[in-house]
Design a protein around this ligand. Structure first.
Ligand code: PRP
Length: 159
């Protein structure tokens, strides 16, 4: 069975995605060009790793990169809420501006947990950059930390 047979509908072509990733990287480069120290870019494992790789290759700043993972116990595509950190950062976030990179923001549970965690570790600000946002699916309201910004590649109302 080919990969294409698993895809019901193409929402954005690879060219549209690539263009949008370039725009996001350029916006982040511009927004953080005078921020010192440079931001720490944190990929939310596992889903964000490809987007993170495409994004950071185009960010023209001396950023550091790390990974974090929050897991909810649930099945299928429904998260059970209340995630816990199952892989923590290697780098120190104290007094740093963290940019969390996600592939999808859905219920908001993962981001809510991660932002609180980063705040408890002393991050001065937390921004979020997600490839896809599904605001209609939101169950948990999360607040960015400090002067954090929210970057999104695409928005979908599909469930
Ligand atoms: O807003 P939420 O409802 O919390 O959902 C978003 C999270 O769900 C997915 O990860 P998942 O937990 O499936 O883990 P994975 O990336 O390892 O597949 C996705 O990569 C986000 O991290």
């Amino acid at each position: 069975m080919s990969l294409d047979s698993h895809i019901e509908k193409v929402l954005w072509t690879k060219f549209q995605i690539s263009k949008r990733v370039t725009e996001l990287a350029s916006q982040i480069t511009s927004d953080f060009s005078s921020v010192s120290p440079p931001p720490l870019v944190v990929g939310v494992a596992t889903g964000a790793f490809l987007f993170l790789a495409d994004l950071v290759r185009q960010i023209q700043l001396p950023i550091s990169i790390d990974f974090i993972r929050a897991e909810s116990y649930g099945s299928g595509t429904e998260s059970s809420g209340a995630p816990r950190i199952s892989l923590d950062l290697k780098l120190d976030v104290k007094e740093k501006h963290v940019i969390l990179v996600e592939d999808i923001v859905d219920t908001g549970n993962t981001l809510s947990c991660l932002i609180k965690h980063l705040e408890s570790k002393g991050a001065s600000a937390v921004s979020v950059c997600t490839l896809l946002d599904k605001p209609a699916r939101r169950k948990v309201h999360f607040e960015l930390l400090g002067d954090g910004k929210y970057y999104k590649g695409f928005e979908s109302s599909l469930s």
